[in-house]
Structures are given as C-alpha cells and as structure tokens.
Design a protein around this ligand. Structure first.
Ligand code: ZN
Length: 171
C-alpha cells in the first residue's frame, strides 16, 4: 500500500474540526493500517486523520515496544493531574515545545469494527492520545504554548516548510 501524504501546518484540514466516523469495517481497518505504516515511515508515535488530509475522527498511535492502537471517535472522559513534557508533530516537522497535559485520562473510543473501547491511560501514551485528539478538534501542540513562544515556533516552521516544499530537506 502506498504511504499517505503528510499535511504540513497550516494546510487544510489541520485547523478544522473532524467529522465523526459512522462506517466501520475492513475499509476503515485498511486506513488504520496505512496510517500506522505512514507514521512509522516518519518515525512518529501518533497520527490523526487530518494529518493525512482526512478530516475524520481516527487516530493511531504506538509507543516504543508496545502494541499499536487505533482509536475511532475518541473521547477523553476524565483528566487527572498535570505533567509537562516535550512534544513534536509530523505536521510541524523539526519543531518541539514543552506542553502541559493531564497525567492520567479515561478514554472512550471505538475500534475499526465498531466495538466500544474504554480504558485508562497515563504518562506518555496519555500524552499521545491528548495530542492526537487535539488534531481532531483543529488544535496543534503549539496552540498550548504562550503566545510569544508560539509565534517564534511558527516562524521557524515557515522556514522549514519552505525548505521542505523546495525539496531541499527531508522531513
Ligand atoms: Zn501532531
């Protein structure tokens, strides 16, 4: 399967609220597998539909040495504690920032066959789920930074983006 193309911020549909998924089954499973392959090809740990141009509520993630997860229509039902950690994003290549997230979350989602999933998550995985769920709501991690830092990061991104579009550097 050919890899999906990554959308680079601020391109569409990254700043849009993604639509809920209503059709489950093998085609959705194929999309999830394709998103995982695309994520791995770029050394990512999480990827959301809007990052590959699909404005639908699907995220995939995989922590190092753990099983991959695909969450459809994920909802964060509870949040507990706070933790600051460094984040990057395949849609904001080479940009990093310190983001405060909940330390522990309770999640409800569906798998690709439409079965309900309810679980608790903490630490790095909880951070990935919060980051990816933000993408479904049109939010990127720099939106959590103070306004001056955000501005600086977006200026850096503009230069990196220009180089990528010119084909001078990889992602
Ligand atoms: Zn991201």
């Amino acid at each position: 399967m050919p890899l999906l193309n990554l959308v680079i911020y601020p391109d569409e549909p990254l700043q849009r609220v993604a639509r809920p998924i209503t059709v489950f089954g093998p085609e959705l499973e194929r999309l999830a597998q394709n998103m995982l392959e695309t994520m791995h090809a770029h050394d990512g740990v999480g990827l959301a539909g809007p990052q590959v141009g699909i404005s639908k509520r699907i995220i995939v993630l995989q922590e190092p040495d753990k099983e991959p997860k695909c969450l459809i229509n994920p909802e964060i039902l509870e949040e507990d504690g706070k933790e600051i950690g460094e984040e990057g994003c395949l849609s904001l290549p080479q940009i990093f920032g310190e983001v405060e997230r909940a330390r522990r979350i309770a999640v409800r989602a569906y798998d690709t066959m439409g079965r309900i999933l309810e679980f608790e998550s903490k630490g790095f995985e909880a951070r990935i789920i919060q980051h990816e769920t933000d993408h479904l709501n049109g939010i990127v991690f720099v939106d959590h930074l103070d306004i001056l830092t955000r501005q600086t990061k977006l200026q850096e991104l503009e230069q990196i983006r220009a180089q990528i579009l010119a084909g001078n550097v990889g992602r």
